[in-house]
Design a protein around this ligand. Sequence first.
Ligand code: ADP
Ligand code: MG
Length: 249
Amino acid sequence: MQPAIETRDLHKSFGAFKVLKGVSFKAHEHQVIAIIGASGSGKSTFLRCLNFLEQPDQGEIHFKGEVIRISDPRRPPRQQIERLRRRTGMVFQQFNLWSHWTVLENLTKVPIQVHGVPRAEAMARAMELLNRVGMAEKRDAYPAALSGGQQQRVAIARALAIEPEVLFFDEPTSALDPELVGEVLTVIRGLAKEGRTMIVVTHEMSFAREVSDRVVFFHDGCIEEDGLPADVLKQPKSARLGSFLRSVR
Ligand code: ADP
Ligand code: MG
């Protein structure tokens, strides 16, 4: 079966500093992949390269059979990158809602103004998504009036508003007070149950164990271990993964 998203030998440096050193990765449709690893190991950079928030230096990204070659030509065509972005949704650690727009506007402005979705359709879809994440009552609130957990639930609804085929989460609960983590994980768990394809960078090992189909351990810009949650989290092969797991328990 063809993977939903795949990278081959992906490299990324910032100046002389190599952050990704040849990452080859696959996620199949309907899979939830958890990415774990120490701070600075390149997890966020990897996720950002997948939708070209960072421009990778070398390698290939395959998205449902479409190949984006990074170095041939050196920059892939703008239209190819835009097409990839339209088919993926991203949820950030710091929510990144537009602060001068209401909750509803955060979900509807881009579909209406950028993607040409008819207004009535965008509004109906937004309300359905806000209901789903339990935020419909806050449709007219501005982000600053919401708790972190509420903002992140709106950010998830916003990511869904473009009807992405793959969802990326970059430590979606790391910026939250502990009592707000559960409400966000519940929403993400629900998306996993729907069979969505998701790549989730997380420090929540119990969440990774419970929800993911595979766990991928990043170390120093490389994938050091990749396997079933029960194997990777319970019987690590690499000593580095073993010591990482001890450090987060
Ligand atoms: P992680 O998400 O695993 O904590 P990151 O991908 O954020 O790791 O970062 C990996 C390394 O790349 C870190 O050393 C970080 O400081 C560096 N880095 C990330 N983004 C930039 C950038 N825009 N410019 C320079 N260095 C960066
Ligand atoms: Mg990070």
